[in-house]
Design a protein around this ligand. Structure first.
Ligand SMILES: Nc1ncnc2c1ncn2[C@@H]1O[C@H](COP(=O)(O)OP(=O)(O)O)[C@@H](O)[C@H]1O
Ligand SMILES: [Mg+2]
Length: 255
């Protein structure tokens, strides 16, 4: 579904990504781990069009998206969340999802202006869909709460719900459990597995090795911009290069 081929990203003299080759197959949950500064967020920025590789190619469903702008990539079926939450804090949870769905309706601006039946019908359908999404993420009660006033764990879940509102084929999660307690983390893991069971393909950057073990079919380890290991949790956890780069550090030093 997604293929990165020899992707490089250089910032000035800094090699943030060097010859990264990686595959995410349909219906899988793939993990991306590595110490802080390894290049994980840069990688997700490149896939989502926020940034572009200096060299190399990114192929999504047989289409080269290496140079595509973010809205084209969203339309192609890729959605993401951010390491630093990017919700509209002053809007309600429901409104944040309605914005996520923006552009899905067929009604013209004129129809919207005159409240034409098609516009009203679509508006109602989008609201129903947004409510269903909230319910699915266990947040039905929070629909009318200001997003900025929600507990941190709920804001993280709302971000995922908003990404899902664009109806993606591939979901990119950048440290989705950051700031969550172990119970919330475990629940989010179950949520990720449910999404996978419904057919979603997921690439997840994560700090928490318990979550990685819980959800990932396959893991890539990034260190100083290079893939140093790839395999199941069982396979990589004994890899000396991984232990040296990552598992040897204390919990907070790596993700
Ligand atoms: N826009 C940028 N300009 C310059 N350097 C950047 C930029 N974005 C990231 N970097 C650098 O690239 C490296 C990788 O960063 P990042 O992808 O955020 O790592 P990670 O998400 O693995 O912690 C870091 O050294 C970071 O300082
Ligand atoms: Mg990061």
């Amino acid at each position: 579904m997604l293929k990165l081929i020899d992707v490089c990203r250089v910032f000035g003299g800094l090699h943030a990504l060097t010859n990264v080759t990686l595959t995410v197959s349909e219906g899988r949950v793939v993990g991306l781990i590595g110490p802080n500064g390894a290049g994980k967020t840069t990688l997700i920025n490149s896939i989502s069009g926020l940034d572009h590789p200096t060299r190399g190619r990114i192929i999504f469903r047989d289409q080269d998206i290496s140079r595509a702008p973010p809205h084209k990539i969203t339309a192609a079926g890729i959605a993401r969340t951010y390491q630093n939450i990017r919700l509209f804090g002053e809007m309600t949870a429901l409104e944040n999802l309605l914005i996520g769905q923006h552009g899905r309706g067929q009604a013209t601006p004129f129809e919207a202006f005159v409240f034409a039946p098609r516009f009203l019908r679509e508006e109602r359908a989008l609201r129903e869909r947004a409510r269903a999404l909230l319910e699915r993420f266990g947040m039905a009660d929070a629909a009318d709460a200001r997003a900025g006033s929600l507990p941190y764990g709920d804001q993280r879940r709302l971000e995922i719900a908003r990404a899902m509102a664009t109806d993606p084929k591939l979901l990119l999660l950048d440290e989705p459990t950051a700031g969550m307690n172990p119970v919330e983390t475990r629940e989010l893991g179950e949520q990720i597995l449910r999404l996978r069971d419904e057919g979603m393909t997921i690439l997840v950057i994560e700090h928490d090795m318990a979550l990685i073990q819980q959800v990932c079919d396959e893991i890539y380890v990034l260190n100083f911009g290079q893939i140093i290991a790839q395999g199941t949790h069982e396979q990589i956890k004994h890899d000396p290069a991984v232990i040296q780069a990552y598992l040897g550090e204390d919990d907070d030093g790596a993700a």
